[in-house]
Design a protein around this ligand. Structure first.
Ligand code: ZN
Length: 261
């Protein structure tokens, strides 16, 4: 069975930049625990493994969630503490955020956190310093960059820190990510299948990324722009159905297991 990578960005649907005021978070109805439990139950059915990138602030709010994920044998990685864009943020602030999220997650897991993913693939411009910071804090891999500009169909690049990219496909000459978030929700199945075949032929894994809120059509109301109302409308929620089909066809593992760190 072909082996691919599955990742989950553990967050609620209000924890994104559009609703950046973190003070407002407690006002929203959080569903992250129940939605993540749905994913865990689905993965159990197919004996699949995954990396769960957990937002530090949510781990603080729901420490039991980290335990549920670990009890099922999945990997816990960091999705930053505050879940805000890392672009145009000073390296000192980024380091403080990395340190805080690592401390919280490792105190809950009892292990060093090995993987990091920035909110919305917002890797800082100074990638070199950023990777050095991650390395300094014990990280082995990063998954904060959306596009692998250097090589087509390459999911994992081994530099001084492993870099793990979402997967992309060419549609009529246009290269687009297909393996998660809005792309996975909106793209038709034949494009996703085409993407998987490309990666298979290149001998590379596809890296899927999903969000717990995509598994629950009953979403709390949010005051967001029209664009997000459309792109994140429950009418687009096809992730669960698509993931189920993929789980039937392929073996999925965590990034840690795939890389072997
Ligand atoms: Zn996120």
């Amino acid at each position: 069975m072909e082996r691919h990578i599955l990742t989950v960005d553990v967050e609620d649907n209000f924890t994104f930049d559009e609703l950046a005021n973190k003070e407002d978070w407690p006002k929203y109805e959080g569903q992250v625990v129940e939605n993540t439990l749905k994913i865990l139950s689905l993965l159990r059915q197919y004996n699949a493994g995954a990396t769960f990138f957990v937002v530090g602030m949510l781990a603080e709010r729901h420490p039991e969630l980290v335990k549920y994920i670990m009890d099922d044998g999945h990997e816990i990685a960091s999705h930053s503490y505050l879940h805000k864009s890392l672009r145009d943020v000073s390296m000192d602030d980024i380091e403080a955020d990395i340190r805080k999220s690592s401390d919280i997650l490792s105190s809950l897991t009892g292990e060093q956190v090995l993987g990091f993913r920035a909110m919305g693939y917002t890797i800082p411009q100074d990638e070199k310093t950023f990777y050095s910071l991650l390395k300094k804090h014990g990280y082995k891999y990063d998954s904060s960059k959306k596009k692998n500009m250097e090589r087509n169909c390459q999911t994992i690049q081994k530099d001084h820190i492993y870099r793990v990219f979402p997967s992309s496909v060419n549609i009529y000459g246009l290269k687009t990510v297909f393996s998660g978030g809005t792309y996975l929700r909106l793209l038709p199945e034949f494009i996703i299948n085409k993407g998987f075949s490309h990666y298979s032929m290149a001998g590379q894994p596809v890296m899927l990324y999903v969000h717990p809120w995509e598994f629950n059509r009953d979403q709390p109301k949010r005051n967001v722009r029209f664009k997000y109302k459309i792109l994140q409308s429950p009418l687009t929620f096809s992730t669960e159905r698509k993931l189920r089909l993929l789980l039937e066809k392929y073996e999925f593992v965590s990034i840690r297991k795939y890389i072997g760190v």
